[in-house]
Design a protein around this ligand. Structure first.
Ligand SMILES: Cc1cc2nc3c(=O)[nH]c(=O)nc-3n(C[C@H](O)[C@H](O)[C@H](O)COP(=O)(O)O)c2cc1C
Length: 369
């Protein structure tokens, strides 16, 4: 009999029991000493909630709009690579779980299943996480595919001009299984896709694709080239958040890549208040405030409430979805998302809020600024 899983830590344990050591290390690890990986989580615990009472929370609705999409909760799926390490259906299983949970799936550039297949398999809104490669024709071809497939936004990841070094992962000598396809990496009809898109060669090949010379004007190029909104993921500095919007992005994701890139980078919930402060004061062409999301270490409904109270429109979760998928496939990923929805609903209600709109920074101790 499987043990009852009451929280995301239980799902983590269940996944660990299913995965090979190498696959577990690939999913779980952070860069170097894993200080940022730990701090992302621990920083939430240093913030207290000054809840309100006697506010009639009998009827609550935690659904919200994120970048024009209606979602059942302010929690969406972060882009993570290689879902076939967890489940043979890979990102198709995750996409179906997102549909059942009525939220958004962000598909990684390094997904095992092609963007066209994933979008066709689900009614969930799909965003596509994009890197801008050295060879802009690869990026352009990818953009065309993503738009034609029906993705609703681009999530441009900017915290990986170079790949961080995950020592826990290196010790396991994780190599990408040879039967793996990474179908988005090159256009499907590209002759190199067949060979470079599989197995151990892929890791080396991918690092040669990344462009360490990437800069702000490349974001401007991407926003001009894209017919769908662009969010910039990997921001922790308020000046970078402002620059992202000034260069055409419709929003930012405060993220440090789940502690996988620069170790000792600031915990995201600590970076959020300054970013929110700057974005709230920007004049945007549409007049609408930029979209603001956060990820990294979100494991409890109360973490979500804290991010909302600091001014985020919602959060992304990365590893927990992988844990659900590894433990029980599509049903597990769905259960993880539903667990989060229930926790957010309970935390909001106990704070005296009936909706996301009722959350304010007045709930936070210490206050944001
Ligand atoms: C196994 C794994 C693979 C990831 N792959 C990507 C990726 O391909 N692109 C990307 O932008 N972020 C990637 N990320 C970072 C996530 O999008 C996200 O920022 C992070 O997982 C959030 O932290 P959490 O796992 O603590 O929720 C990955 C994270 C993990 C754990």
């Amino acid at each position: 009999m499987t043990a009852t899983k009451l929280n995301l830590a239980d799902w983590h344990d269940a996944a660990r029991a299913q995965l090979s050591e190498a696959a577990y290390a690939y999913y779980a690890s952070g860069a170097n000493d894993e200080i940022t990986l730990r701090e992302n989580r621990l920083a939430f615990d240093t913030i207290a909630l000054r809840y309100r009472v006697l506010r009639d929370v009998a009827v609550r609705d935690i659904s919200t709009n994120i970048l024009g999409a209606r979602v059942s909760m302010p929690v969406v799926v972060a882009p993570t690579a290689f879902h076939q390490l967890a489940d043979p259906d890979g990102e198709v299983a995750t996409a179906r779980a997102a549909e059942a949970a009525q939220t958004i799936l962000t598909l990684s550039s390094l997904s095992n299943r092609a963007v066209e297949t994933v979008v066709a398999s689900t009614a969930a809104p799909v965003w596509f996480q994009l890197y801008v490669y050295r060879d802009r024709t690869i990026t352009e071809a990818m953009l065309d595919r993503v738009e034609a497939a029906g993705c609703q936004a681009i999530v441009f990841t900017v915290d990986a001009p170079l790949l961080g070094r995950r020592e826990r992962d290196l010790r396991q000598a994780f190599s990408w299984p040879t039967e793996f396809q990474v179908e988005n990496l090159l256009p499907l009809d590209h002759p190199e896709a067949a060979t470079a898109g599989t197995g151990a060669d892929l890791a080396t090949y991918f690092s040669t694709l990344l462009d360490p010379a990437i800069r702000w004007r490349d974001l401007e190029w991407l926003c001009a080239r894209s017919s769908i909104p662009v969010l910039v993921k990997g921001i922790v500095h308020p000046d970078d958040a402002r620059l992202a919007i000034e260069h055409g992005a419709q929003g930012v994701v405060v993220s440090n890549h789940g502690g996988r890139q620069l170790d000792t980078a600031v915990a995201t919930i600590r970076a959020l208040p300054d970013v929110a402060h700057v974005l709230a004061r920007l004049d945007t062409s549409s007049g609408a405030p930029p979209t603001l999301l956060l990820d990294g270490g979100v494991r409890r409904g109360t973490d979500v409430v804290k991010a909302l109270a600091y001014g985020a429109d919602g959060v992304m979760i990365g590893r927990p979805v992988l844990w659900g998928l590894a433990a029980e496939g599509e049903a597990g990923a769905r259960a993880v998302l539903e667990l989060m929805r229930n926790e957010v609903d309970l935390a909001l209600g106990l704070c005296g809020c009936r909706s996301v709109a009722e959350v304010s920074d007045d709930l936070l101790v210490p206050p944001p600024r």
